[in-house]
Design a protein around this ligand. Sequence first.
Ligand code: PLP
Length: 431
Amino acid sequence: MIYDNISINNEGALTFANQDVIGLAKKYGTPLYLLDENKIRENCRKYVDAMKANFGDNYAVLYASKANSFKKIYNIVESEGMCADVVSVGEIYTALKAGFSLSKAYFHSNNKTDFDVEFAIENGVGHFVVDNREELEVINKFAAQKGIKQKILLRLTPGIDTHTYEAVNTGKVDSKFGTAIETGQAEEIVKYTLGFENIDLCGFHCHIGSMVFDSDTFIRGAEIMIEFMSLMKQKFGFITRELNLGGGYGVRYVESDPTIDIGANISQVANFIKDLCAKYELNVPMILMEPGRSIVADAGMTLYTVGTVKRITGYKNYVSVDGGMSDNPRYALYESEYTLFNASKINNAATLKCDVVGRCCESGDIIQPNVLLPETERGDILAVCTTGAYNFSMAMNYNRIARPPVVILKDGDSYVAVRRETLEDIIRNDI
Ligand SMILES: *Cc1c(COP(=O)(O)O)cnc(C)c1O
């Protein structure tokens, strides 16, 4: 199977985290998001162990919580020794209410409102990852009011094209995120930042892209950033204490996707960083990484119940499920691939070529086109693999469809971490 937490047991049933998925669908209803807690922890440890082995205590691994944000996940990652990256006051509030220590949070976003900045400072968010000049002025103002020096990193764009899909490619010079090194604007913003009394510039951040499977991308990013660190030391005597290389290691959505040894990759990147810092006579700064997808994606599976099976003779077949782009918009957004199973017919030959589609009033509401399934009928349970990242966090109420619950599987038990939305939830804010 595509991941080691998916298998078929001795009774011939499809299991996820060693639990019978049809039993889970019966118990909790569908659509249903499942999350394998042990897999999340295993993924956290890959990063934490590799960073510790290479950088001693001079590292931090931030869970990029936009991949999947709800209260319980902050407790899980915190207990694994991780910090978090947050991108909105909604994520900050969720972490706060979970009891997560906000001093370990890094606040991203290319457009933080005055309210966002004040809220984050009032609640003791550890670092801001500053995107632009306007933001610096606002941070300085609220930090001065509170009488503190706010720690920040500056987000820079190293100008790398990762050849990944355009919409998830963020390290290029013309990106909406960060300040470009190539144009000289990064240097200007460093100078400008150093002039603020209530801002403590700790270092720099870059995030090159997503679905990265090689170490070249991070090495190239690190090279440009370390050269920049050296330049800032020469120009302004500025010593970089923190260097955040962003997130982005890839995961397997389909069998043909490559696998990646994250630990080995981090070691390669670490060796490169240490050598280059030595060459430039720089102390190795604290190194930060901020993975999202590779922490939670393969810990997730979504279950649906099949409604209609439409066969348009001579054209195509449609299998419609009880969810859709409202719980998984990734095919609609990025044409993302997925691996699907019919859990109810798991031992039958796959002979039905079909598009698996949702129930939203939108032709683009496709979970996955051109899937090969066994002959499928109403009532069957379909499993979509690798949905732990950017599914629940991107879910919406289009067509006033209630969002599914998140159920966590751990050591043979299961519990609801986010309950299913009810019809009352749908009208909760309507006057
Ligand atoms: C999205 C994002 C991440 C996480 O990326 P993944 O591909 O989920 O690992 C990390 N840092 C920043 C700034 C991001 O925008």
